[in-house]
Design a protein around this ligand. Structure first.
Ligand SMILES: [Zn+2]
Ligand SMILES: [Zn+2]
Length: 391
């Protein structure tokens, strides 16, 4: 993959017409937008159909009332509009900025500025979904930056370092999650598991642990449930693509397919063991136990090293921390920090997809390609031809 620096972009693309980089299907900026928006709506509708289907399946409710169905439909339409407008207006804003810059392409106004501005369309998403998307994008930017530092030789992301990040992230995240436990409304966060509330000694019997029943049962139950979930995901990934030939699919299973299961199972198992041990030893429960418990549980990343998990734990912790700052009024209520953060992240990640693809998280390639209905690939190949001087 080609790294396109500011210098290289300005040298090769400055004089290039916008139709080559934004709308090769039609030379006119205005006429081309019909096709651009149509494709974006189609791509976005396909992408969010799968996302919303999966999310509703995960909620596990099979019978839905009329009101719930209408809400699901409304959320789907809102997400589709969001995706379509981000994808479509990228070209519109790009052409507009090129015009404003005296018909010259510019490194910043090519993707970064248009996609930072159209990040505001996130307001179309319902607030309950918005937080999760923002969190995901922050985590992806962090991953992209760490990979950039690695590729410029400032850092080497060894398994030990990824594990260390995950240990710190998990410790802080679980601590803040337990601190939030008493609140009526928890900050929406998508994480591997939600730790139990801190047991209040005043109303408890002899049990000092945050759970009911025996400790070993509680620990084992968590471990085998999560081991099972991890195994199910790995098996589905391995078997589903080869469903036509089951024998071949089963014979392709290796020890590697147990890595995710070991990671999930040991993550919750170690966490719960440490919490129970500290509760028993000290005779009372405290949110602070989540710090050593999360830290040691983070070691399980060794089974399945993954930078995405490591950065996600940090951004999850940061999100909970930001909620505290809002509550203490350290961040003013009227400052829409999450929205601004999202716009910034979206700009960075879209630019990374086109100009710094070797450090861009693979998730962004899939999202941008699907939402643009495959047209991003065509635009990228045009950009490469311009940079290589073949256009
Ligand atoms: Zn144009
Ligand atoms: Zn216990």
């Amino acid at each position: 993959m080609v790294e396109i620096s500011k210098h290289l972009f300005d040298e090769k693309c400055r004089e290039v017409s916008c139709h080559i980089l934004y709308h090769p299907w039609n030379q006119s900026c205005i006429t081309s937008s019909l096709f651009t928006y149509k494709e974006s709506f189609l791509g976005s509708a396909k992408f969010y159909l799968i996302v919303h289907l999966l999310q509703n399946l995960m909620r596990g409710k099979t019978i839905l009332k009329r009101k719930e169905l209408i809400q699901i439909g409304e959320y789907y339409v809102r997400s589709t509009l969001f995706g379509a407008l981000v994808s479509g207006t990228c070209a519109t804003f790009g052409c507009l900025f090129r015009f404003l810059m005296g018909n010259k392409m510019n490194y910043y106004t090519y993707i970064l500025v248009p996609n930072t501005l159209n990040g505001l369309f996130i307001l179309l998403e319902p607030p309950s979904r918005r937080g999760l998307v923002i969190n995901l994008f922050c985590s992806l930017v962090l991953e992209h930056w760490l990979r950039s530092l690695e590729s410029s030789g400032y850092l080497s992301l060894t398994v030990a370092k990824q594990t260390f990040i995950f240990m710190v992230g998990s410790a802080v995240l679980f601590y803040l999650m337990r601190r939030e436990g008493e609140k009526e409304k928890r900050t929406p966060l998508f994480w591997l598991f939600t730790p139990e509330k801190v047991r209040n000694n005043a109303n408890s019997s002899n049990n000092v642990c945050p759970h009911d029943g025996r400790c070993w049962k509680y620990i084992l139950k968590g471990t085998y449930t999560y081991f099972g979930v991890g195994l199910a995901i790995s098996l589905a990934r391995a078997i589903l693509p080869k469903i036509g030939s089951p024998v071949k699919a089963i014979s392709s299973l290796r020890g590697a397919h147990f890595k995710l299961a070991l990671f999930f199972g040991s993550y919750i198992g170690v966490y719960r063991t440490v919490i129970c041990y500290l509760c028993r030893k000290r005779g009372y429960d405290s949110a602070f136990y989540a710090l050593p418990a999360g830290c040691l549980a983070g070691l399980s990343l060794l089974f399945k090293p993954n930078l995405g998990f490591a950065t996600a734990s940090l951004t999850g912790a940061f999100k909970l921390f930001a909620t505290i700052l809002y509550e203490k009024k350290i961040i003013p209520e009227n400052l829409p920090l999450p929205i601004l953060l999202y716009c910034f992240c979206q700009g960075i990640l879209f630019q990374a997809r086109f100009l710094h693809p070797h450090t861009c998280p693979s998730y962004m390639f899939r999202v941008i390609s699907t939402v643009s209905n495959g047209n991003s690939e065509r635009l990228y190949s045009n950009l490469l031809q311009v940079v290589k001087g073949t256009v």
